[in-house]
Every structure is written in C-alpha cells, then in structure tokens.
Design a protein around this ligand. Structure first.
Ligand SMILES: Nc1ncnc2c1ncn2[C@@H]1O[C@H](COP(=O)(O)OP(=O)(O)OP(=O)(O)O)[C@@H](O)[C@H]1O
Length: 243
C-alpha cells in the first residue's frame, strides 16, 4: 500500500529580496508532517532565511507559504510562534535556574509552569529533576542546548525548526541531541526542519533533505539524494564538505 505524506508547510514560488538583492529565488517545495527534513547547502545559500519564513519571522517578497494549507499571514503571530517552535545554534540562556529558563515562554504569557510539568519536559530531553534548581549558565554546552530544546517544546509545537543546533558540540553531545530529536519526532509526531552543515548527520537523521545553493532549491527528496544525486554541483558540494 502506498502511504501519501501529508504536507505541513509548502512553499509556492517564494522569492525574498533585500535592497534589490535576491536572497531566495523561486522556492517551491513541501515539508511533510511528522517527518524530519534536513536542510543543507553552502554558507550563504539562504537556509536560515528560509527557516525564518516558516514561523513568520520573515515574509516572502513574492510568493506564498502555506502552513497546514493556510497562508502564514492567516495565523495570529503569537499562535504561529506557539505551533512552530525554533531552537538555534547558540542556545539562548538567561541568568537564573534551569526552572527559571524553562518557565520563560509561560512567564511571557503570564502563566506559571508547574514544577511537575517542568520535570516532565526535562525528562523529555534526557535531564533528570536534579537539574531544575541548577544555575543554567553553569551547564555544559550540550546541557544548555537540551534546556533550550525543552523550552521550545513548552507550547507543544507541531513543527520544530532547528538551526545548526549541534555544530558547537562535542561528539557525545551531538549523538545525545540527535537521539532526543528522533525521540521527540517519534513520541509527539513533531515535524522537524533541521539545518545542518554535517552531511552525515543530514543522512542519518533526515527522512528527507532539501539541498540549497545560491538562494535556489537545487534538489529535494529522501536523504539518500545526498549520496545518489547525479547533479554535479551537489556531488561537488557533498564531497567538498566531507573532505
Ligand atoms: N538582513 C540582511 N541584509 C543583507 N543580506 C542579508 C541579510 N540577511 C541575509 N543576507 C544574505 O542572504 C544570504 C543568505 O543568508 P542565510 O543566513 O540565509 O544563509 P545560510 O545558508 O543560512 O548561511 P550559513 O550556513 O552561513 O548560516 C547571505 O548572502 C547573507 O549575507
């Protein structure tokens, strides 16, 4: 039986310009519900720009982006930010305890986070209750990233955007973060879009991959395209990154 993927986000002829400079050029493609899509390409290809369009941080100059079949501008910005979470390379941590850091999205919504819920969010990212009262600034890079991911789960997002979240981490932490993202994807069915410069990671983690270059979407498909693509530019990019 063929199972058809449902679409979480679709791009239709999306262009983005700054000061008449083309940053994204006619992007057409789909991110599938409950799947992990890795986004790869050389520095400056437009990956972060494209990611920021998925939660309304940036808007296309022309073209349309649909989230669950509705245009991005249909959603109220705070509703959109709740259903599309984001985690960045440098996990933003503020002074105070892990509990204080975790509570932040709720504090901003004038809500309070129950300690039992905070523990459950920490457990989802592989940290036990003893972390709750630790000073967040004293944590290792990998632990800070886990707290940041736990915080981005607080609003129970349907979609999670990840921008190079493991590029500053040691191999053990990289492995742990990969495992917890896989777990979040499987346990909660969260759609993941993950920018990475690590081709092996893109193949290991992604069900699908988008390959971008110079503001264009060169190829999309199952992540094996990173090995099997016959496009010379892609072959050159992949072999260059792996050297
Ligand atoms: N506000 C801006 N003003 C001018 N140029 C910008 C602006 N934002 C992005 N750009 C340019 O757009 C291009 C794409 O940037 P973007 O950060 O999306 O690339 P990227 O693929 O994520 O790169 P990297 O892998 O290095 O993070 C780059 O050439 C960048 O310099």
């Amino acid at each position: 039986m063929i199972s058809l993927n449902e679409v979480a986000i679709s791009f239709h002829n999306v262009c983005y310009e700054i000061d008449h400079l083309s940053i994204l050029n006619n992007i057409n493609g789909e991110f599938y519900k409950g799947k992990i899509t890795t986004l790869v390409g050389p520095s400056g290809a437009g990956k972060s720009t494209l990611l920021k369009m998925c939660n309304g941080l940036l808007s296309p100059t022309t073209g349309d982006i649909l989230i669950e079949n509705k245009p991005v501008h249909f959603y109220e910005p705070t509703t959109l930010r709740k259903s599309v979470g984001i985690a960045l390379q440098s996990a933003p941590i503020i002074r105070g305890t892990v509990f204080h850091n975790l509570s932040l999205p709720y504090t901003l919504q004038h809500k309070s986070l129950l300690e039992s819920d905070a523990i459950s969010f920490l457990e989802d990212v592989g940290l036990d209750h003893t972390f709750l009262q630790r000073q967040a600034e004293d944590l290792s890079g990998g632990q800070k990233q886990k707290v940041s991911i736990a915080r981005s789960l607080l609003n129970r997002p349907k979609i999670l955007l990840l921008d190079e979240i493991t590029s500053a981490l040691d191999p053990t932490s990289v492995y742990e973060i990969e495992q917890l993202i896989l777990n979040i994807n499987q346990k909660f069915g969260v759609t993941i879009i993950w920018i990475t410069h690590n081709i092996e990671q893109a193949k290991r983690i992604g069900h699908y991959t988008w390959i971008m270059m110079e503001g264009q979407l060169l190829e999309t498909g199952e992540s094996k395209i990173l090995s099997s693509s016959t496009n010379g530019k892609i072959q050159q990019f992949v072999s260059g990154v792996q050297q």
